[in-house]
Ligand binder design. Structure first.
Ligand SMILES: Cc1cc2nc3c(=O)[nH]c(=O)nc-3n(C[C@H](O)[C@H](O)[C@H](O)COP(=O)(O)OP(=O)(O)OC[C@H]3O[C@@H](n4cnc5c(N)ncnc54)[C@H](O)[C@@H]3O)c2cc1C
Length: 440
């Protein structure tokens, strides 16, 4: 493995995924009139799994993708398959009451489902069952965590040395479920499966308008239209562009990722990252740190940016990239010159509860927003469960994990995420980090 070098070149700011190259061969867009049983709009992992599952049920399915299937958040994320939920348990109780247990079960089963998807189809995406360390952001937070948490069957509490992570992480919980992979390879692997199935896939084909016309659904496109018996929206952060999607369903939030230059095994050992286990911090806005099979480190999140509208052509902001690099150096002080070689970003749709939601907005139009920061396992799992439910028809059975996130009423209160709350969260995290460094 090549040792890290100090690069004077600024990092490449990519428009797409940093994990894989954009596919050269695309499916055509719809031209003219297309009829089908069920139209799925949005070809991320959620939409692709919904389409695949409907096809397995024998349905005649059309999948419409605005760009390239899988090329959204699904191919750009940090690649953590975890059973964790993105919200504080108290907030979840407020939103979900006694359904909280079902949420944890759903998140756990989503990991098993996605692991099964990879294994059953032999998708070559470098999946490693490492589990994940949820690290306390400060020494004080770790002491509190260690005092109140007991080791469980698949959760081990330990300090940085015991967990084999750099000392600046203090310690945390190693959750021995799930692991890490190359999300670009997974997303494009699933794209290959859909293209090889009976699903009719159309790319670079954004749905402009979706109408429930009573007896059918009509989807207007630039070059034609699709008429279907039913529709499923899996459009993630782009949902608000469609007037039929529930209002306030999700706020588009841009998440940036950076990948470093190669780091040698000796350098990682010297840094104290002997376990190589992926890490997420329990900040208000977490930061993730993971090694890759390319001998680099990918770090994401920490500084989020909200927008009124998600756009396909956005690139990372240099100041956010610099901030991620600062966060990296703070946690890996033995590598003060380690530079970012490239950066990319993607859109997540942030729901008010920070949890996945699935529901029906009109009698013939369903929606699924399984994103937030945990959709890598949850989006495909819930897409598949929603497909089962739609295929069963009205009054058909609903899997208990789908029921856990099912939303009967498609009305949502506006979320509390806005540029000010994001900035305040970032400031609070940085103040906590700074005080911690002064004290230790
Ligand atoms: C930087 C980053 C790091 C992340 N890290 C993790 C992680 O480590 N673990 C984890 O679990 N989650 C992570 N996430 C979240 C995770 O990637 C998403 O929750 C998940 O991929 C969502 O899948 P999806 O299918 O719902 O959405 P997407 O993958 O975004 O797919 C939605 C698709 O719909 C298409 N579309 C939108 N509008 C239309 C339209 N009108 N017509 C046709 N097509 C349309 C889009 O082009 C897109 O391809 C991360 C996200 C980002 C951005």
């Amino acid at each position: 493995m090549a040792p890290s070098t100090t690069s004077s070149a600024p990092p490449a700011l990519l428009q797409g995924s940093g994990w894989v190259d954009r596919p050269a061969e695309l499916e055509p867009a719809v031209s003219g009139q297309v009829d089908c049983d069920i139209v799925v709009i949005g070809g991320g992992l959620g939409g692709m799994l919904a389409a695949l599952r409907l096809a397995e049920h024998g349905r005649d399915v059309v999948l419409l993708e605005a760009d390239v299937c899988g090329w959204g958040a699904s191919a750009r994320n940090a690649g953590y398959i975890t059973p964790t939920l993105g919200s504080d348990p108290r907030i979840l109780e407020r939103f979900y009451g006694d359904r909280v247990r079902g949420l944890y079960r759903m998140a756990n089963n989503a990991v098993g489902f996605t692991e099964g998807l990879i294994a059953d189809h032999a998708i070559d995406c470098g999946y490693r069952q490492t589990g994940n360390i949820a690290a306390a952001p400060t020494a004080a937070a770790f002491r509190k965590l260690a005092a109140k948490t007991k080791n469980g069957r698949r959760a081990t509490v330990g300090d940085a040395t015991a967990l084999g992570v750099p000392p600046a992480f203090h310690g945390g919980i190693h959750i021995d479920v799930g692991g890490i992979l190359n999300p670009g390879e997974l997303a494009l692997g699933v794209r290959d499966l859909v293209r090889a199935s009976s699903v009719r896939v159309y790319e670079q084909c954004p749905a402009r308008q979706v109408e429930d016309r009573g007896g059918s659904v009509r989807v207007r496109l630039d070059g034609g239209q699709v008429t279907a018996r039913e529709a499923i929206l899996t459009t993630n952060a782009f949902s608000k562009e469609l007037a039929i999607a529930p209002r306030n369903l999700g706020t588009p939030v841009w998440v940036t990722a950076i990948e470093t230059e190669p780091v040698s095994a000796e350098q990682l050992d010297d840094a104290g990252w002997t376990s190589r286990t992926p890490i997420t911090t329990n900040h208000l806005v977490m930061q993730s740190f993971r090694p890759t099979l390319r001998g680099t480190i990918v770090t994401t999140t920490r500084s989020l940016q909200m927008a009124r509208h998600a756009s396909l052509d956005r690139r990372p902001s240099p100041n956010v990239v610099d901030d991620l690099v600062r966060g990296l150096h703070e946690r890996l002080p033995t590598l003060p010159d380690l530079a970012a070689a490239r950066a990319w970003g993607g859109w997540i749709g942030l729901t008010p509860s920070n949890m996945a939601v699935v529901g029906r907005v009109t009698p013939r139009v369903h929606y699924q927003l399984a994103c937030n920061g945990h959709g890598l396992p949850q989006a495909p799992y819930l897409g598949s469960l929603l497909a089962d439910h739609v295929a069963a028809g009205d009054g058909g059975p609903m899997h208990e994990d789908l029921a856990a996130v099912w939303r009967e009423n498609p009305r949502f209160a506006p979320g509390i995420v806005n540029p000010l709350t994001l900035k305040l969260g970032w400031l609070a995290d940085r103040m906590g980090d700074r005080l911690d460094r002064i004290r230790h």
